[in-house]
Ligand binder design. Structure first.
Ligand code: NDP
Length: 234
């Protein structure tokens, strides 16, 4: 479709699958990466969300090559799981800084161009945990729940300029982020999942692709689970 797309954390996991789906759709895609090398065949722009100046330089580089960002997928995120009484201030602040403040900074940077173009798609990757909570994930759940209020506020602020702002809430998706989860925990989650499996990064990419499409032109402020039915009803 030849849109300029920027995916944060697009070097691996869910973000990489999202980026590849946009490439397949014919878009001009840039991905941010923080560590290692950018993936083959994709325009990689270095960005560490905890360092705001790198968000600016990542946008500058992506826009120099691809033009103003028309679709932003704020996907990068971290977890640092521990129980409340063990959680230091920094464990809370760092997770919120990356997952929520980082998404805020990216959306603010992207919105200027979208307002000028009177068209845009903001898509935030939250989590099923945002809505149901999880023991040991208070910092992560708070950051991901914050994305819902944030995205819905942008839906109000930017809707008159034909900019949509939506959230996806994945359940357990097979990436590095869940590779440390015990087999017992994985089986327990599958037991609570009507579709009887964990998800793939491509499962999430398909829904993001829809939200970026013209077919979703009247969808904004939505929170769409991609969880096989896990946590449905929240
Ligand atoms: P991964 O751990 O595989 O990838 C995380 C991505 O985020 C990497 O690209 C990483 O970059 C990037 N990232 C982390 N911290 C920063 C930072 N400070 N600045 C810039 N980039 C950063 O995770 P997933 O692919 O599984 O997760 C993608 C998103 O989906 C996350 O927001 C996650 O919370 C969410 N999610 C994941 C679920 C799952 O079950 N996997 C379930 C629900 C939501 P780098 O490689 O350089 O470290």
């Amino acid at each position: 479709m030849n849109r300029s797309v920027l995916v944060s954390g697009g070097n691996r996991g869910i973000g990489l699958a999202i980026a590849q789906s946009f490439v397949k759709a014919g878009d001009r895609v840039a991905v941010t990466y923080r560590t290692g090398e950018p993936p083959d065949g994709l325009l990689g722009v270095h960005c560490d969300l905890s360092r705001p100046e790198t968000i600016e330089s990542a946008f500058d580089e992506a826009e120099r090559v691809n033009g103003p960002v028309e679709v932003l997928v704020a996907n990068a995120g971290v977890s640092r799981d521990m129980l409340l009484l063990q959680m230091e201030d920094q464990d809370f602040l760092d997770v919120v800084d990356t997952n929520l403040t980082g998404a805020f900074r990216m959306a603010r940077r992207a919105a200027g161009g979208m307002l000028g173009a009177r068209w845009g798609r903001l898509i935030f990757v939250s989590s099923a945990v945002a809505l149901m909570g999880a023991a040991g994930q208070a910092n992560y759940a708070a950051s991901k729940a914050g994305l819902v209020g944030f995205a819905r506020s942008l839906a109000w602020e930017l809707g008159s300029r034909n900019i949509t702002s939506n959230v996806v809430t994945p359940g357990a998706i097979e990436t590095d982020m869940v590779s440390g989860v015990s087999q017992a925990r994985r089986e327990a989650v599958i037991q609570m999942t009507p579709l009887g499996r964990t998800g793939t990064p491509e499962d999430v990419a398909g829904v993001v692709q829809f939200l970026a499409s013209e077919a979703a032109g009247f969808v904004t402020g939505a929170v769409i689970p991609v969880s096989g039915g896990f946590a449905m009803g929240h």
